[in-house]
Design a protein around this ligand. Structure first.
Ligand code: FES
Length: 107
């Protein structure tokens, strides 16, 4: 999908894989992949800020846990799918077929 070096530590970068927008986040706790779409209003999470193991939506400030996709702050209440990541030969491999969470939108 991308090289680990493409995503500096503490930062997030957007990628598209098979028409799926994915935000890859490099943290002190490892590399994470989360659907690049906030569950509150469908804006790209990759434009937000990384803090520890969370990613904050730039629009209204909901912060998502990168391990679970769960929102930690309102206004978002639905989780964002996160995808298993494997690092092989300094490449980030993301398993889009087996998201750890499945909800994408609030109703
Ligand atoms: S669009 Fe992300 S919190 Fe509102």
């Amino acid at each position: 999908m991308c090289a680990v070096a493409d995503v500096p530590r503490g930062e997030v970068r957007p990628f598209t894989v098979a028409d799926t927008p994915v935000a890859v986040v490099n943290t002190d706790e490892g590399v994470f992949a989360i659907l690049d779409m906030c569950s509150h209003a469908e804006v790209p999470l990759s434009e937000g800020e990384v803090e520890d193991c969370t990613l904050e939506c730039y629009m209204h400030g909901s912060r998502f846990d990168l391990r679970t996709g769960e929102p930690l702050e309102l206004p978002a209440v639905a989780p964002v799918p996160v995808f298993p990541v494997r690092i092989t030969d300094a490449q980030v491999l993301v398993d889009l077929d087996n998201p750890l969470t499945t909800a994408t939108q609030e109703s």
